[in-house]
Design a protein around this ligand. Structure first.
Ligand SMILES: Nc1ncnc2c1ncn2[C@@H]1O[C@H](COP(=O)(O)OP(=O)(O)OP(=O)(O)O)[C@@H](O)[C@H]1O
Ligand SMILES: [Mg+2]
Length: 321
């Protein structure tokens, strides 16, 4: 088990950014550095953490945890959906098929919760009984399970913008995807989510909701980006879910709550996280990984940047041979 002191010592060695022009065209996401070349996408997951649509700082081992957890989930769901994974040449790197991304993101929710204005609980509490066009019964309490998982798609925001909820009607009317593809997307998303919930519950966690990104690779629907990570999903500790109580979060909500307690809600310069808190956030990411996979987390060799460069150079040499 990694101790709090070891996490504190790892803070100065976080992976902040990469710059490998020889890998192809570089695109910087909030969390990942991406290189595109020849129908492939090299996704390097850094230790950057984002919330409120901005980067807030660095969390030791977060990049490796997210990258390995995502790869693990791709394997656990490979029988349900095609995914973009080609190879894992380094603990922080996935090589993926470049997809033609769909213009929508698929959010699937198993519980009625949340605090933001787009959250199901907020809308329901305001009296809305058909949030996102889905009819809901009266009498639901915050954090109750939904009768069945529901899909609440959003349009994909341009860089710097916000995602916007969109109804299935609008998706079809605007021709964002075809009717047949929309059916396939819904079925795929629900089956992935159900598998996610089953596996999470075997680990003492609840997969509350999640976001999928999908695209087309050679015309076939393919899962891209990341899957069931604490960045793209809400996880609760199963034991902590009791009526009238706030469950313990094993996702980014933990971070959002700390910022809210400092009076920060996403406007202006964010407060800096103290090292002790950073180490606690790291411990949660690692614990989620260990609970789900049942394996201990083993940090990759340091310095991370040099290791990645070595592993990717090695790979590109091999592929030329
Ligand atoms: N196989 C793929 N083909 C095409 N685009 C992809 C593929 N996999 C991921 N992407 C895109 O790569 C980007 C991943 O970057 P990242 O998640 O760091 O950025 P972000 O989405 O801006 O940040 P955040 O996740 O914090 O909101 C996303 O825009 C995602 O849609
Ligand atoms: Mg993303």
């Amino acid at each position: 088990m990694i101790t709090h002191d070891q996490l504190l010592q790892a803070i100065p060695h976080c992976l902040d950014k990469t710059n490998f022009p020889w890998l192809g065209e570089r695109i910087e996401g909030k969390v990942r550095d991406i290189y595109r070349h020849d129908g492939q996408r090299v996704l390097i997951t850094t230790d950057r953490i984002s919330a409120f649509d901005r980067v807030l700082g660095l969390i030791p081992h977060k990049g490796q945890v997210l990258n390995q957890l995502s790869a693990w989930w791709f394997e656990q769901t490979a029988d349900l959906a095609r995914n973009h994974l080609i190879a894992l040449p380094d603990p922080n790197v996935i090589i993926a098929h470049e997809a033609e991304p769909l213009p929508i993101e698929i959010v699937v929710r198993g519980y009625i919760t949340g605090v933001t204005k787009t959250s199901l609980w907020y809308l329901y509490e305001q009296g809305e009984r058909q949030p996102y066009g889905v009819p809901l019964p009266d009498g639901l309490q915050k954090n109750d399970p939904l009768p069945q998982p529901i899909i609440t798609p959003t349009t994909k925001a341009e860089k710097g913008g916000h995602d916007r909820p969109v109804t299935p009607d609008e998706i079809l009317r605007q021709g964002l995807v075809s009717v047949d593809l929309w059916e396939e997307i819904k079925e795929t998303a629900v089956s992935l989510f159900q598998r996610g919930q089953e596996i999470a519950s075997q680990s003492g966690l609840v997969l509350v909701d999640t976001k999928y990104e999908m695209g087309l690779v050679e015309g076939q629907l393919t899962l891209i980006d990341e899957i069931h990570t604490p960045d793209s999903s809400r996880y609760w500790l199963a034991d902590s879910v009791r009526p009238g109580q706030e469950p313990e979060n094993f996702d980014k909500e933990f971070l959002r709550k700390w910022y809210a307690a400092q009076g920060y809600r996403g406007d202006g310069p964010p407060p800096t996280m103290p090292d002790d808190f950073v180490a606690m956030v790291a411990a949660r990411y690692i614990s989620t990984y260990e609970r789900l996979t049942g394996e201990s987390f083993i940090p990759g060799e340091q310095p991370i940047l040099e290791r990645i460069e070595k592993n990717l150079t090695q790979r590109s040499k091999e592929s030329k041979e």
